[in-house]
Design a protein around this ligand. Structure first.
Ligand SMILES: [Zn+2]
Length: 517
């Protein structure tokens, strides 16, 4: 990872990293303090490339971006360097080496290709290295998550991929529905804002072919991709899928993509396409993101604090998540009541302008139903048959920046006894959406082309819940609870190794974990 900023900022990196961490965690600070810290802090922007090593634009735009940032002295670049700390990350360096060696090893330059690559560019998981970001089975994923959720807490994460749909140059934010109902709305509008800055920059520079929303299949529903897991941590995650290859290619003629519309305001015409053009586009997009961050530094820092604060609040009181199933349940209850009512009074018909409304008492059926509250926390009891699997799950949470506690004595919660050594995950944390998503089922909204029509294929898998698939036992606790709990915190030692420490609730260190990575 290359860290790029002004010489002044580089001198105080540790300080700015701490501000970024504190604002993202939103623990024990007031709005006033958060405002002061946002004014003082620097925006943190992560830009990676090469996760999928055959997508060669990703790696090469990083090198060009680094060169531009450290060699240019124009007003925009200097303003970016003054206000932003940029993390440039080659997400799969071994893969890059493998792909480059294979491609360059073919002597006839016109025959060079990655098509017959002899092995996966990620030894164990290949292309699915981008499906590892809640479980973190791979060392690479662990290291990336550590930078994202423990060390730097960037407000914006830009994950470069290729390629977009035929007849476009690049597909990117904002994305089509459905988004995940666990997200803070500021995540969604943040993607809109940065996405607009990216598209406008290309348009202003005369670079056509960007397609957003329904112009491509990408959505924000899934958790587990480098980009998508950031949403569950209150971060603005960006994905672009661009065309381009060191071997020149062609933009084909796709008639349905020629007319400008809301998805593709500035369509690209068929033409021969060179690698350099894709690098230029990527650089423009990176600059759009970095310039946005420089101009909106305070907002970005304060908003991530606000999102964290909202999560902590939601986990500290009775709170209900609105899911598609729950909406269907109140609609069905209403329809059932209507049917029996109609038998008694056949003159009843809905008035114009009121279509779709149902009486408020059905809302109360959801929001006064105590059994449907979100958990205040989860308890994973020690002593269960396959406890080591539960520990693996806990480690995945900790590596994703979640605080986990461990009971040092037997305790009771909601009338149930739990043994010492049980794990506790409370939901009053900034990254609460990630906690809920790891323990609760996903409820993908009905998405049909038209009523009665075929389903619209989702972009990625629609359900995952590792707490189910791993098969360990846990208890959902719906009321406030406490006990003899130590909190597990991740830390980095002087040599840069990631380790874990158990803390007392009051803050003193009690026990070093054996799990130093
Ligand atoms: Zn990719």
């Amino acid at each position: 990872m290359m860290i790029v900023s002004s010489p002044e900022n580089i001198k105080s990196l540790a300080h700015y990293r701490e501000l970024s961490q504190k604002l993202a965690r939103a623990e024990g600070i007031s709005d006033e303090q958060a405002k002061k810290m946002s004014l003082e802090g620097k925006a943190v922007v992560w830009i990676d490339g090469g996760l999928h090593a055959t997508e060669t634009v990703g790696t090469h735009q990083l090198i060009e971006t680094l060169w531009q940032l450290v060699s240019r002295n124009d007003r925009e670049t200097l303003n970016i360097l003054d206000n932003v700390i940029i993390l440039l990350v080659n997400a799969n360096p071994d893969g890059q080496e493998l792909v480059s060696n294979w491609y360059m090893g073919i002597q006839d330059t016109l025959k060079r290709s990655y098509n017959q690559l002899p092995r996966l560019y990620q030894k164990y998981v290949g292309h699915d290295n981008n499906r590892d970001f809640f479980m973190m089975n791979m060392k690479e994923t662990r290291n990336i998550s550590r930078q994202l959720y423990i060390e730097w807490m960037p407000q914006i994460i830009y994950n470069h991929h290729q390629a977009g749909p035929a007849g476009s140059v690049v597909a990117g934010p904002p994305y089509r529905d459905p988004f995940n109902y666990l997200f803070n709305p500021l995540v969604v509008t943040g993607i809109d804002e940065v996405g607009a800055a990216m598209i406008s920059r290309l348009n202003a520079e005369g670079k056509p072919g960007y397609t957003e929303r329904g112009g491509s299949s990408f959505s924000t529903w899934y958790n587990g991709g480098l980009r998508t897991t950031t949403y569950f941590h209150n971060m603005i995650g960006l994905l672009t899928e661009i065309i381009g290859n060191p071997t020149p290619s062609n933009i084909p003629l796709v008639p349905s993509r020629l007319l400008p519309d809301g998805n593709t305001p500035y369509p690209v015409m068929p033409q021969k396409w060179y690698f350099k053009k894709s690098i230029d586009y990527s650089l423009s997009l990176n600059y759009a993101v970095m310039d946005y961050a420089a101009r909106n530094r305070e907002h970005l820092l304060y908003n991530i604090y606000l999102m964290g604060k909202t999560s902590i609040q939601a986990g500290s009181e009775d709170h209900w998540t609105i899911t598609p199933d729950r909406i269907n349940a109140i609609t069905s209850a209403y329809e059932k009541d209507q049917k029996s009512k109609k038998k008694a009074d056949s003159t009843n018909s809905p008035s114009r302008g009121n279509q779709g409304t149902i009486p408020l008492k059905y809302y109360d059926k959801l929001f006064k139903n105590q059994a449907q509250r979100d958990p205040r926390g989860y308890i994973i009891p020690a002593g269960q048959a396959d406890f080591p699997t539960a520990v693996k799950f806990i480690n995945a949470l900790v590596r994703s920046g979640i605080s986990v506690s461990k009971a040092i004595a037997d305790f009771k919660a909601e009338g149930i006894s739990f043994p010492a050594g049980s794990y506790i995950v409370k939901t009053c944390q900034a990254f609460r959406p990630h906690i809920l998503d790891m323990f609760e089922p996903q409820d993908y909204p009905n998405d049909f082309l038209y009523p009665g029509g075929p389903p619209v294929p989702p972009y990625d898998i629609t359900g995952w819940t590792p707490a189910f698939t791993m098969g360990f036992k846990y208890t959902r606790v719906l009321n406030a609870f406490d006990g003899p709990f130590h909190v597990r915190k991740a830390f980095t030692d002087a040599c840069g190794n990631l380790g874990y420490v158990w803390w007392f609730n009051i803050g003193g260190m009690v026990e070093m974990d054996i799990g130093t990575a």
